[in-house]
Design a protein around this ligand. Structure first.
Ligand code: F0G
Length: 458
């Protein structure tokens, strides 16, 4: 008989976590203005707010921290990182930044002008934020089936090339900053993009003379899905797949806090020396000199090591199968979850969980708060609060998907934790008919409001 997968690592250090009472949590969440971002981490038992920067580094990563080179210019750590990036992506030029959104800030300072259009597949919120902040528009060309949480398509993160070509055809090339392809597609459920789709998008980008930039936060998880789901890739090494993915692009932005399993860091990869030169000036202004950007030498060392570990198949298999383990448990309880299960998170479909709930009272946020009060789990709303207001009309945007995301930190929680999480959600699901009232906004920032807004019960 085949043996099951299991983690290709063991635990060397533990961090205690505190299991609070419901009464404590009711008080704390009220004090936090019903915004899960406002909680102190000690008030959370199992923290599934994000998989970003929350992973556990390995002994080799911690060891590499001790040998970091902190020279201002030309540090050996920079060259270690450059070598790792070249090996995994094929990009000869790169700039380090302090995290993913900083990479967006630097690159978009060159590429995005007021009045521009940036087509892509469900731009992440900071990506959209950086585009809209420059008075440009992000045009979402994701395939329609992505908004059906029950359709079993292996590559629901794809770009609809018909929609993309329409945008490229109807607008002059100098008004289109670039195409942004996000792998995996976080916003629609951590869904992968197929190699075939990447190739087609690349072909269109060349046909219309518009650069293709890959938002690569979860590029290794995307490569795992290509290997396990797309014809012709089963026998390929993950790194051969990542190199092929990037061979179709002109550049990449990276939040290293995800698939590179470090607590902070980011970078931009470039094929073209001229674009690298232009971006270097902004990197120096916003981030730091071009051989450290926003990172210390030790952080660059840990990142180089993390890039290699994050692209090992046994690690990726245990990671993605743990996410599926949680999804499967919830499914067995009848909880409506997005399928296929994503690479980094399980997404609970609030529209199916509480079908008659008014959208103006933020159903996904209401559920996320219920999960916290019930069992101390912190998830994230991916719905109307996060979708923010339209930058021009200022009307609330109600996206097709209204979900609670439970994102799993890498190499952090056990499957016993997953059993606990599923049981908490089951308890809330069993009393779903009692959940009738939601929340109203009492304060919000003009952009990216979900991080800091204050809510109250309706
Ligand atoms: N792109 C994608 C697809 C992301 O998911 C994120 C961050 C970023 C860019 C920005 O990177 O945080 O390093 O500045 N996503 C986190 C999340 C915050 O929880 O999904 P960053």
């Amino acid at each position: 008989m085949n043996l099951p997968y299991s983690e290709p690592f063991k635990i060397k250090m533990v961090e205690n976590i505190y299991r609070s009472t419901k009464d404590q949590r009711e008080k704390w969440i009220r004090e936090a203005s019903f915004n899960l971002f406002n909680l102190r981490s000690e008030q959370v038992y199992i923290d599934l707010l994000t998989d970003s920067g929350t992973g556990a580094m390995s002994d080799k990563q911690w060891a590499s921290i001790m040998t970091g080179d902190e020279s201002y210019a030309g540090a050996s750590s920079y060259y270690h990182l450059k070598e790792a990036i070249r090996e995994l992506t094929g990009f000869d030029y790169f700039l380090p930044t302090h995290q993913g959104r900083a990479a967006e800030n630097v690159l978009f300072s060159v590429l995005v002008k007021a009045g521009d259009i940036v087509p892509g597949n469900s731009h992440f919120d900071t990506t959209k934020g950086h585009i809209e902040f420059r008075n440009a528009s992000a045009v979402d060309c994701t395939v329609d089936r992505a908004s059906d949480t029950t359709s079993h398509d292996p590559f629901k993160g794809n770009i609809d090339t018909g929609k993309l070509e329409k945008v490229l055809k109807e607008n002059p090339a100098d008004k289109i900053s670039c195409i942004i392809l996000t792998i995996t597609n976080n916003t629609v459920g951590g869904q992968p993009v197929s190699m075939a789709n990447i190739k087609e998008v690349s072909k269109l980008s060349k046909k219309y003379g518009v650069r293709l930039i890959i938002d690569s936060a979860r590029f290794a998880e995307n490569a795992y899905f290509i290997k396990t789901r797309e014809e012709g890739y089963a026998d390929k090494d993950i790194r051969d797949i990542t190199r092929e993915i990037f061979s179709y692009a002109d550049g990449m932005t990276m939040s290293s806090k995800k698939d590179a399993i470090v607590n902070t860091g980011g970078f931009i990869g470039f094929r073209d020396e001229e674009l690298f030169r232009q971006a270097s000036t902004y990197n120096i202004i916003f981030e730091g000199f071009i051989t450290y950007g926003g990172m210390s030498g030790r952080d660059m060392n840990a990142l180089a090591q993390g890039l290699y570990e994050g692209t090992e198949f046994p690690y990726l298999e245990s990671r993605i199968k743990q996410v599926a383990y949680l999804g499967q448990k919830m499914k067995e309880y009848g909880i409506p979850v997005l399928e296929p299960f994503g690479g980094h998170a399980i997404f609970i479909d609030a529209k199916r969980f509480v079908p008659d709930f008014p959208k103006e009272e933020f159903p996904a946020q209401t559920l996320a708060l219920e999960f916290y009060i019930e069992g101390g789990i912190r998830g994230a709303e991916i719905g109307a609060l996060m979708a923010d207001r339209d930058p021009f009309t200022r009307a609330n945007r109600y996206p097709a998907l209204e979900m609670v995301r439970l994102a799993l930190p890498r190499r952090v929680y056990s499957n016993n934790h997953m059993d606990y999480v599923a049981a908490v959600v089951r308890n809330v699901f069993e009393k779903r008919n009692e959940i009738r009232k939601g929340f109203k906004i009492v304060w919000e920032a003009p952009i990216m409001r979900h991080f800091t807004l204050k809510l109250d019960r309706v």
